[in-house]
Design a protein around this ligand. Structure first.
Ligand code: SF4
Ligand code: SF4
Length: 375
């Protein structure tokens, strides 16, 4: 996409016009329902974009834009964090991971604290850097802590393919990767939600395609795949309102410049070769069938869980932290007594305050001090 094309999606005049058109239709729906509309975004990047552009604020009298399980760091179960920290405690292990994982609190410490205490924990920007570290340190065991959704997992798959090709035998992966559609399914099945529609993640959809969400059509819930610029956000919300009034709903692709009907077949084939789909454990949600990626039979030799023994500590819930409920969209950061007091990005108590795409850190950055009224 050219810069001028991209700028069109940031156009202030067009955004204003979209807001002017959108508000009367939202008012009408609010009137019909006798409450505000509730749309959930299932993507941390959307949460950031909605806050940063002021869209949440402008539309707040008519619609609650609720953040769902959209950040891979936040949805990682605490037992997995504890397991990862246990790897770092081993003298013969070098742990590698993405920067966001460093400050996520486990039951008794963080990777950051372990590093300060002498553990060899290294931040990498690409998973393949871990293979390079393995080549440079043949006497050490390198464990890459992999978290992420459909968008991140292919890079980790490629690093294992590379390690296999090079015959690297001191590189392992702890896979906590997750698939997004099953989590969305489970939220929809929970009758305590009153969702009126879903804003689906643009980048995950690049991989799974519009078709990857087709199962939502059984639920007949308005669902729109959207991009991240103001025009994308506003037009996606308008489309959700339009869908509300249809009898039969289809998943709408409002991000066609990036998302194709069938997604990225090559990336999915790569995932299918290196990973197997199994039950995944999500923070706040628990075990979800067919939502976790573990290493496939062909790549089992790279599985850190199987090949490197550690003593797993008993997992203790973080007192007062509501991240589990925030991930499910049942509560907002403002509902947490620790928000912006004890819990800040400098001193995060839960994962939602750690990651730049976490709901709490986003609200802290852009919406702190604001009380968004419930409908
Ligand atoms: S990986 Fe995809 S779903 Fe996750 S935050 Fe980024 S864009 Fe959203
Ligand atoms: S404010 Fe902090 S403690 Fe509260 S839910 Fe968010 S991350 Fe957890």
């Amino acid at each position: 996409m050219t810069m001028s094309n991209l700028l069109a999606f940031r156009d202030t005049e067009l955004s204003k016009k979209l807001v002017e058109r959108l508000i009367p239709s939202l008012e009408k729906e609010r009137e019909k329902l006798g409450r505000k509309l509730r749309f959930m975004e299932v993507c941390g990047t959307h949460t950031v974009a909605i806050s940063k552009t002021g869209v949440r604020d402008i539309l707040s009298p008519y619609v609650d834009l609720i953040s769902g399980p959209g950040c891979p760091v936040c949805v990682t179960d605490q037992a997995d964090i504890d397991h990862m920290i246990a790897f770092a405690k081993r003298q013969d292990v070098i742990v590698t991971t993405f920067g966001d994982m460093m400050k996520v609190p486990g039951s008794s410490s963080t990777l950051y604290e372990e590093r300060a205490n002498g553990a060899d924990v290294r931040v990498v920007y690409a998973p393949s850097e871990s293979v390079d570290i393995a080549l440079r340190h043949p006497d050490k065991k390198i464990v890459f802590l992999g978290v992420g959704f459909e968008t991140t997992a292919p890079g980790i798959a490629l690093s294992m393919q590379r390690a296999k090709k090079l015959g690297v035998t001191n590189f392992w992966v702890y896979s906590a990767h997750k698939l997004t559609p099953p989590a969305v399914d489970i939220l929809l099945q929970d009758s305590s939600y009153q969702f009126d529609g879903l804003l689906l993640p643009g980048n995950v959809s690049v991989i799974v395609g519009r078709r990857g969400w087709e199962r939502l059509e059984k639920e007949n819930i308005p669902a729109v795949i959207g991009g991240f610029e103001p025009v994308d956000l506003l037009s996606s919300i308008s489309l959700l309102v339009e869908e509300l009034n249809k009898e039969k709903r289809y998943v709408v692709n409002n991000y066609e410049r990036v998302v194709k009907e069938d997604g990225n077949r090559k990336a999915r084939e790569l995932l299918a070769e290196v990973f197997s789909v199994q039950t995944g454990t999500w923070r706040g949600i628990g075990d979800l069938p067919n939502s976790g990626l573990v290493l496939s039979e062909a790549y089992r030799t790279f599985d850190a869980r199987e090949h490197i023994e550690v003593e797993k500590p008993a997992t203790k819930r973080i007192k007062g932290c509501l991240c589990g409920e925030i991930i499910k969209g049942k509560m907002r950061p403002f509902d947490c007594k620790l928000f912006a007091g004890i819990c800040t990005p400098e001193n995060p108590i839960g994962p939602c305050m750690v990651s730049g795409e976490g709901t709490c850190s986003t609200y802290y950055k852009y919406e702190r001090g604001k009380v968004v009224a419930h409908g």
